[in-house]
Design a protein around this ligand. Structure first.
Ligand code: DGI
Ligand code: FE
Ligand code: FE
Length: 402
């Protein structure tokens, strides 16, 4: 029988003690998995106190990234209306037969467990693992577990943990006072908080060195997007080695690749807000089609926050739509975005294999194939074609036909 631990919490923000608790529960009860389950914002708390579900989920994802048995569960967030733990657990039990569930509970919740909604139901559905967070000694915890087990006719088992007095509240306080939270939260979470300026944190000053740049990107882009970014950087560098002059061009192409989707860490709403804030003007078509916006905003961020030069910024600016009369670097970025090794695209009429070969023998011919595929895709899927996309296609089609 599979054993799954559930850690419910607001995770506002998630921190290292949460990870240690999950790890201790995992080891001491041989759990196969631990699900981190963010809970909804109670209606009486304000947005300042509890950041959005999206931010909390992304921080959890970054915190557990690479830790095999840990995963994010949006089960509670997906439920409609007011939710109660006992109902979510009942759903788990129903959805996952042949599984034993362990509900991991921190010391303070343990004190007023009897005031929870339907505590008997929770106990009937799963074993409760109780963790003391410094407020109770091991003996007191064991005693409290016995009391609760007797009172609710269920299993309450203590998890032993070294005392770590980190709390989300303390972290928010530190951030408000612009103190460092290094060591309190995983590094990616720390960067994420800084880049988004959450909890009144100092807005992160963006990195210039490549190592820092990579760390920033890894902490903000979703993992697939980060891998795509590395693929584009790698491909762009190789294309530059083929079609440009020297070492410095290869470096430029690599930087352009790394930063080309740097605005993709934002939601559509956040992108529009930042464009307004920074005075990045958008066309009507861009307002109606958010996927078009990240190039322009990315170029702005590349210049203002990462200190990139014009050549690189203009390549980022037009990497989604292209434009007539592109420079070699602009063509390289546009093409690399399409053919990087991790891409899985709906490619018609030219297959990705064909396009890749062509790009490395004749860059402009490859570019035209991609434009043709893109026009074909946009028409088939009924997506509004941006003026610049069709102008670019017409321009290179005509140039090639001549
Ligand atoms: O950011 P990536 O996913 O790596 O790739 P990209 O920058 O080429 O963006 C691809 C997205 O842009 C995809 O969702 C289709 C969209 N797109 C590209 N050209 C046009 C377009 N969307 C509209 N509405 N019109 C276009 O002409
Ligand atoms: Fe892009
Ligand atoms: Fe891209």
């Amino acid at each position: 029988m599979k054993k799954i631990g559930i850690m419910g919490g607001t995770f506002n923000p998630i921190h290292n003690a949460h990870l240690m608790i999950a790890q201790a529960a995992c080891e001491q009860f041989q759990l196969d998995e631990v699900w981190f389950m963010p809970l909804k914002k109670p209606p009486h708390k304000s947005e300042d106190e509890i950041v959005s579900e999206e931010h909390r989920c992304r921080m959890v994802q970054f915190a557990i990234d690479g830790i095999g048995p840990f995963s994010l569960s949006d089960m509670e967030l997906k439920r409609k209306g007011t939710t109660y733990t006992c109902e979510t657990l009942a759903q788990c039990v129903e959805d996952y037969p042949q599984t034993k569930f362990y509900f991991i509970l921190g010391g303070d919740s343990l004190k007023d467990f009897d005031k929870w909604f339907c505590p008997q139901e929770i106990v009937r559905l799963c074993t409760v693992l109780a963790v003391s967070r410094g407020t109770m000694s091991e003996d007191e915890l064991a005693h409290r577990c016995q009391e609760l087990s007797a009172q609710f006719h269920g299993d309450f088992l203590p998890v032993s943990m070294p005392t770590v007095s980190i709390s989300s509240e303390e972290i928010r306080g530190r951030l408000r006072r612009h103190e460092s939270v290094a060591g309190y939260v995983p590094e990616k979470v720390r960067r994420y908080i800084g880049i988004h300026g959450l909890y009144g944190a100092d807005f992160h000053s963006f990195a210039k060195k490549e190592k820092e740049l990579l760390a920033d990107l890894a902490a903000t882009l979703r993992p697939e997007r980060y891998l795509h970014t590395l693929g584009v950087a790698y491909t762009a560098a190789n294309l530059a080695a083929c079609f440009m002059d020297g070492e410095s061009d290869v470096k430029k192409a690599r930087k352009a690749g790394l930063l080309h989707d740097c605005a993709k860490y934002l939601t559509d709403k956040e992108m529009f807000t930042l464009c307004d804030k920074y005075g990045v003007s958008l066309t009507q078509c861009e307002r109606e089609n958010p996927p078009l916006v990240h190039g322009k905003l990315g170029a702005y961020l590349a210049r203002q926050r990462y200190g990139m030069k014009d050549e690189i910024c203009s390549a980022i600016d037009c990497h989604t739509t292209g434009k007539p009369k592109m420079t070699t670097l602009e063509k390289i970025l546009y093409v690399a975005d399409y053919i990087e090794p991790g891409r899985k695209l709906d490619c018609k009429p030219y297959s990705l294999a064909e396009v890749r070969k062509q790009c490395f023998s004749d860059l402009e011919r490859g570019l035209l194939m991609i434009l043709e595929n893109t026009m074909n895709y946009l028409q088939r899927t009924n997506i509004a074609i941006d003026e610049t996309t069709s102008e670019t296609y017409d321009y290179y089609r005509k140039k090639y036909d001549e």
